[in-house]
Design a protein around this ligand. Structure first.
Ligand SMILES: Cc1cc2nc3c(=O)[nH]c(=O)nc-3n(C[C@H](O)[C@H](O)[C@H](O)COP(=O)(O)O)c2cc1C
Length: 373
C-alpha cells in the first residue's frame, strides 16, 4: 500500500535516523536524485517523489505561469500536499519525521523553500540547488532550528545572484542558519580547475598547521619563474603560538585582524630591488615576487588550506619591527590557516565569504597596442 496522499516515488531505506527528501527539477523524475542522495549521505534513507504537475509532459512540483512566475495558489496547495505525503511516508516506512532533510534542485528546491516558509516543522535542514524565492509568507516562520545550504552559480542564466541573496536573507530573517556557496562563474575559456577554484576565504579554525605542511607552500613559491632566475623574493613568517606571532599580528589593520586572528601563520613577502649578483636595479623584482606568492597560494589551496593575501597592514611598521633593509620592498602579507566555519566570522564578512568573479577577459588583454575603452 502506498502512503497517502499518493505520489509516485522511490523509497530507499537507510541505516541512520536521517531521511533525505529528494526533489527533482522540471522534467525530472523520482529516480534522478537517488545517486546524489546516496553521495550526500551514504547512511540516510531516501524518499524521492515525482512532481504531480505536468508542464508539456514534464513533471514539476507546482504550476508556473511563465519562467520565474509562479502560480502561488497552486504552490501553496502543492506544498501542503507534499508535506502531508512526507508525514504519511514517515508513518508508512517507519522513518523519523523530525529528521527529514530536503535536497531540491531548481523547481524541487523552490518547493522545498516553500515548505520551509509555510510549514517549518516538516524539515530539519534543507539543501537547495539553484533556488528562487518561491513566495513571501504572510507570517514569518520560526526557522531558528533549521540549517539551510544554498548552492548557486554566478553565471546562472535563470537565477540572478540577487535572487539567491534575497532568498538567503528571507530565510536568515526567519532565524535559519544559512550557508551560501556560489559556484565560480564559468571561465571564458577552459583552464585547470586548481586555477579556477582557488579563492580567498577568511574563515579559519585557529588550528595550527605542521611545519611540513607550511614548507610545501614555500617550496612551491621557490619554483616560480623569475627574470634571470634571480628569485628576488623573500618571506618572513610567524607561526601562531610563537614569540613572533604578536609582532606580525600587530601590523594588520583592524579589518584584517578580525578574521586573521584565526590564522596559523602570517607571512610578509618582500623583494630585493637590486640583483644579488651585480647590485644593478631589478625591474621585475615585484613581478617575480608576485609569481612566487601565487605559487604559494595555489599550493596552499591544493592542500586544503586557506591562503589570503593582505595589503591592509602598516608597511612602515613592518619594515621597522621586522628589521627589513632599505634595498628590499615590502610587498604584501598573507594569512594561512585551516578552514573554519563561516559562522565564526562577523556577520558582514559572512556575506562576503564566497568566491569572487572576474571582469571579462577581453577587458584585460589587447592584441597589438594598448587601447583605452
Ligand atoms: C596583494 C593582495 C592584497 C590583498 N589585501 C587584502 C586585505 O588587506 N584584506 C582582505 O580581506 N583581502 C585582501 N586581498 C584579497 C583580495 O581581495 C582577493 O584576492 C580578491 O578579491 C580576489 O578574490 P579571490 O582571491 O577570492 O579570487 C588581497 C589580495 C592580494 C593578492
Amino acid at each position: 500500500m502506498r502512503p497517502q496522499p499518493d505520489f509516485i516515488h522511490e523509497f530507499v531505506p537507510g541505516s541512520s535516523e536521517r531521511t533525505l527528501l529528494l526533489l527533482h527539477g522540471t522534467g525530472g523524475n523520482e529516480r534522478d536524485l537517488i545517486p546524489l542522495g546516496r553521495e550526500l549521505d551514504p547512511n540516510a534513507a531516501l524518499l524521492s517523489p515525482r512532481g504531480k504537475v505536468l508542464e508539456n509532459g514534464m513533471p514539476r512540483f507546482f504550476r508556473r505561469l511563465a519562467e520565474g512566475v509562479f502560480d502561488l495558489e497552486d504552490l501553496k496547495y502543492r506544498t501542503h500536499e507534499l508535506a502531508d505525503f512526507v508525514t504519511a511516508a514517515a508513518q508508512h516506512y517507519g522513518f523519523a519525521s523530525d529528521n527529514v532533510v530536503a535536497v531540491g534542485y531548481s523547481n524541487g528546491a523552490n518547493i522545498a523553500a516553500s515548505m520551509l516558509l509555510l510549514l517549518p516543522e516538516i524539515l530539519s535542514a534543507t539543501i537547495l540547488f539553484r533556488a528562487m524565492v518561491p513566495l513571501v509568507p504572510e507570517t514569518q516562520p520560526n526557522l531558528s532550528a533549521v540549517r539551510v545550504w544554498i548552492g548557486a552559480g554566478t553565471y546562472d542564466p535563470i537565477i540572478p545572484t540577487a535572487e539567491t541573496k534575497r532568498l538567503a536573507e528571507l530565510l536568515r530573517g526567519a532565524g535559519a542558519d544559512v550557508t551560501m556557496r556560489y559556484f565560480q562563474g564559468k571561465p571564458d575559456h577552459q583552464i585547470e580547475s586548481l586555477l579556477l577554484d582557488r579563492w580567498s576565504p577568511r574563515a579559519m579554525s585557529g588550528e595550527e598547521i605542521s611545519r611540513e605542511e607550511l614548507m610545501r607552500l614555500f617550496e612551491a613559491a621557490r619554483w616560480a619563474p623569475s627574470s634571470f632566475n634571480a628569485q628576488q623574493w623573500r618571506a618572513l613568517y610567524a607561526r601562531r603560538g610563537t614569540e613572533h606571532w604578536q609582532t606580525f599580528f600587530d601590523l594588520l589593520v583592524d579589518a584584517n585582524k578580525v578574521w586573521a586572528k584565526n590564522a596559523a601563520v602570517l607571512v610578509v613577502f618582500i623583494s630585493r630591488k637590486f640583483f644579488d649578483h651585480n647590485d644593478e636595479p631589478s625591474v621585475t623584482h615585484s613581478y617575480d615576487a608576485g609569481a612566487a606568492w601565487e605559487n604559494f597560494a595555489l599550493q596552499g589551496f591544493h592542500q586544503g588550506l586557506v591562503v589570503h593575501g593582505m595589503e591592509g597592514f602598516d608597511y612602515e611598521r613592518a619594515r621597522k619591527e621586522l628589521r627589513i633593509p632599505d634595498e628590499f620592498q615590502v610587498e604584501a602579507m598573507a594569512a594561512v590557516g585551516k578552514p573554519g566555519r563561516k559562522e565564526w566570522l562577523p556577520e558582514k564578512l559572512q556575506a562576503r565569504e564566497s568566491p569572487n568573479d572576474r571582469r571579462k577577459l577581453s577587458d584585460s588583454i589587447f592584441e597589438g597596442p594598448f587601447r583605452s575603452r
